[in-house]
Design a protein around this ligand. Sequence first.
Ligand SMILES: Nc1ncnc2c1ncn2[C@@H]1O[C@H](COP(=O)(O)OP(=O)(O)OP(=O)(O)O)[C@@H](O)[C@H]1O
Ligand SMILES: [Mg+2]
Length: 350
Amino acid sequence: MKKVKIGLLFGGRSAEHSVSLLSAKTIWENLDRDRYEMFLIYINRAGDWCLTANSGFNEEELKRENFNSFMPWSSSVTAAVEADIFFPVLHGPNGEDGRIQGLFEMAGKPFVGAGSLSSQLAMDKVAAKMLFAQAGLKQAPYLYFIDNIHEQIAELVEKKLGYPVFVKPSALGSSVGIGKAGDVRELLAAVDHAFSYDNKIIVEKAIAMREIEVSVMGNAEIMVSAPGELLPAKEFYDYADKYLDGRTQFRIPVSLGADIEARVRKTVQRAYRALFLNGFARVDLFLEKGSGEVLVNEINTIPGFTAISMFPKLWQAQGIGFPEMLDRLIAYGFDHFHRRKENVDEGLGR
Ligand SMILES: Nc1ncnc2c1ncn2[C@@H]1O[C@H](COP(=O)(O)OP(=O)(O)OP(=O)(O)O)[C@@H](O)[C@H]1O
Ligand SMILES: [Mg+2]
């Protein structure tokens, strides 16, 4: 049997560069060598693309950057790397945000995960919230701002939300630029901070909740995992907690009772569809304390893939181990490519 050639992209210009390295390494270790051949494409922090030797995942070699770098746009990705399918394992901006997905679409190459439109929509919290609302999903009450006019923001937040609130840049992720505010002074400081990262920000009512995450994969038909729960060590799940201290505890899977689990499932399916997703994603929810309402928070289209990450662990709990999960994600990538290609060909009247 001819092996499928995978172009694994990792690293990248993002706050999550080092997480991406861990994710890629775990994928590299778990991919079935009888079925796949791998090309490691490391994107360094400066954004250079480097095709590494096919011999192994060598972090020391990566750090020395002792290999040929190439410009993907100079020749097209297709010509530069002989891969049958690309697998971007790049978390956050410049990887999870649809740009690289658009490059593969331009090059006419299959890739694993969400397409460019869905990726962009999932990365932009304001766009995603609008589509979630359109789909009838419940969310934390929020306002968004594109102008940093303090009096206006203070007045609207006071009138429509009250305190405390969370303030977030619209399109960043990994809790970068996020702050919690208990009064107007903290609000305006958090607003200035968020605006230093993005030109669109969200102010959202703080919810007393349990943080629930669910894994999804599929195209026309989707599979939804059982829910998992995050138990942050601190007040909110911030960057340090996520990647540095690692003190957050997980419950995988978590038992929430039949009624809540059914509502979680329905919310997850609708949220995935609302952003026109394909491939896979992790859907993050708030289970409001007291009311028991299931609120959608956000969707991550390239969640962590390390051995301890929620996405693979939720599948594992379902009996789908890491290598089998990868097989499926790759198959969904090819399936989506062929469907899309048929549509494009039809659109051209061929
Ligand atoms: N409205 C809210 N009420 C209570 N806690 C919140 C709220 N919004 C965010 N949080 C807390 O802050 C964390 C980060 O927020 P959020 O997930 O929206 O940002 P992010 O930067 O996109 O994170 P990610 O790395 O998951 O992409 C959440 O996991 C949660 O702990
Ligand atoms: Mg989050």
